[in-house]
Design a protein around this ligand. Structure first.
Ligand code: NDP
Ligand code: 2IT
Length: 449
């Protein structure tokens, strides 16, 4: 069988076996399509059916999460943990609480996580979890009861050397704290079973900042390769949560002009630029589940609120999608290109639709794919695990320096893998190939498991 046919067959199987899981199909298709030159050069991968195995999660856990609201009403949410691939280490990946969460969403995220974690070169397998619970406008006691109920089931499946969850959309240090507390109570064990913990009880400095800072460090590397720099560039950032806030913070620090943030209701356009003081306001606003970015436009002068709109209509040099999947459509990308946007760096997971990626790549712009560009978060999670195991704590400067080195190394890997396989400048292919080869080699070494 030729390689093209092999890839086609695996993809067909994925679509047939996982009906309706469109985001999962999309993520698998993007990776598999870029692997053709690798599979041609490495027939042992085809022989061992690495592709057929890597698209099938090692384990999918689905569970009932009953919880009571403040009025005593009983609700039932659905919990998921997809333990996708453990060839490089314990399963590792975040937990998402959002009403849009389904098995397909968690599978796409878990699949992406395998290769992202591989790119960090740290000992991390790939996994992801979550629930369709909506934390928006819930009281803190409700969130605590939900987290405890969620962990009451999840605790039997995870562990510091088995599976180490962290945060994602709707899950930050507060939720990690509630889940950690319940895990500790049930297991009678204080271990590094979750990352993204608060700093005074086992968290790592720079973990909250790591995804956003890392994305900006990655963008810097892409620009540096073109003898350019982020300073003075006009930047549009979508989202206003953890990743968006710290992306904006680092951009501002490095002298870029950040003119936009958004949430699921709309976007703000601040032509004067968001400064650190205005950003503090956003951080405060968003520390409560349900805080609306619209309030920024009410609070500061000269700001436009674009109700129901994404920020891609705003003129910019660089775009940092940092909210959610498929938030840049082909039509958005056409507008961005026409407006002179030359760099897209993905802070969110899979925020750019396939057609938009193709346009960005073919128009000669710089494109930093999420697996590579947002790997700083999980990389610092791995540093948190190391610190927990060694029972010590590194300084802010130490962790930040390590993060910068990791992002540089990931960029180099992507550039070199793309070159090696004849797709120079295509970091999407570079990230998929470099991430995949490390996983595939480990799977070969470990036999048919
Ligand atoms: P947060 O919950 O802190 O913030 C999410 C932001 O995105 C909010 O502004 C939210 O708006 C917006 N958003 C969420 N869902 C949608 C939607 N369906 N449509 C429009 N806007 C939406 O999450 P994070 O910042 O942690 O995560 C953002 C992205 O980054 C996700 O793709 C996540 O997977 C990815 N990521 C996160 C990492 C981390 O360390 N936290 C690491 C690597 C990637 P609203 O308030 O209205 O819901
Ligand atoms: O998508 C991601 O990489 C994350 N949500 C962070 C995962 C982690 O384990 O820190």
């Amino acid at each position: 069988m030729n390689v093209k046919e092999h890839i086609h067959n695996v993809l067909e199987q994925v679509i047939k076996r996982n009906p309706g899981e469109l985001e999962f199909h999309q993520a698998v298709k993007e990776v598999l399509e870029t692997l053709e030159p690798v599979m041609s050069r490495r027939p042992e991968y085809v022989e061992a059916n690495i592709l057929g195995r890597v698209v099938e999660p090692e384990r999918v856990i689905i569970f009932r999460v009953p919880w009571q609201d403040d009025r005593g009403k009983v609700h039932v949410s659905r919990g998921f943990r997809v333990q996708f691939n453990s060839s490089l280490g314990p399963y590792k990946g975040g937990i998402r609480f959002h009403p849009s969460v389904t098995q397909g969403i968690i599978k796409f995220l878990g699949f992406e996580q395998i290769f992202k974690n591989s790119l960090t070169t740290m000992p991390l397998g790939g996994g992801k979890g979550g629930s369709d619970f909506d934390p928006k406008f819930k009281s803190e006691p409700e969130i605590m009861r939900f987290c405890q109920s969620f962990m009451t089931e999840l605790q039997r499946h995870i562990g510091a050397d088995t599976d180490v969850p962290a945060g994602d959309i709707g899950v930050g240090a507060r939720e990690v704290g509630f889940m950690f507390g319940q895990y500790k109570r049930l297991q009678n064990e204080f271990t590094g079973v979750l990352t993204g913990k608060r700093i005074n009880w086992g968290g790592s400095l720079i973990r909250p900042e790591a995804t956003g800072y890392g994305a900006v460090y990655f963008a810097q590397e892409m620009l540096k390769a073109k003898n350019d720099n982020i300073e003075g560039k006009t930047c549009v950032v979508s989202g206003s949560g953890n990743v968006a806030q710290h992306t904006a913070e680092k951009l501002i620090e490095l002298g870029a002009r950040v003119v936009s943030l958004s949430d699921s209701d709309g976007a703000i356009y601040d032509p004067a630029g968001i400064d650190l003081e205005k950003l503090r306001f956003v951080m405060q606003l968003k520390s409560i589940h349900g805080g609306r970015i619209r309030e920024y436009a009410e609070r500061f002068k000269g700001v436009e609120y674009l109700q129901g709109s994404r920020p891609w209509i705003i003129e910019c040099d660089c775009a940092f999608p940092s909210a959610t999947q498929n938030e840049i459509s082909l039509a958005d990308a056409q507008v961005m290109c026409a407006n002179g946007c030359r760099l897209i760096c993905e802070g969110a997971n899979m925020p750019t639709e396939p057609g938009a990626i193709n346009l960005a790549l073919s128009s000669g712009g710089l494109f930093g794919p999420s697996k590579a560009a947002n790997a700083g978060g999980v990389a610092v999670s791995a540093l948190e695990m190391s610190q927990n195991s060694m029972r010590l704590k590194w300084s802010r400067e130490e962790v930040d320096q390590k993060l910068q080195n990791i992002m540089k190394a990931i960029h180099i890997q992507c550039v070199e893998a793309a070159e090696e396989y004849g797709m120079e400048g295509n970091l999407v292919a570079g990230a998929n190939i470099a991430g995949f080869v490390r996983v595939a080699d480990a799977m070969l070494d470990q036999g048919v498991v």
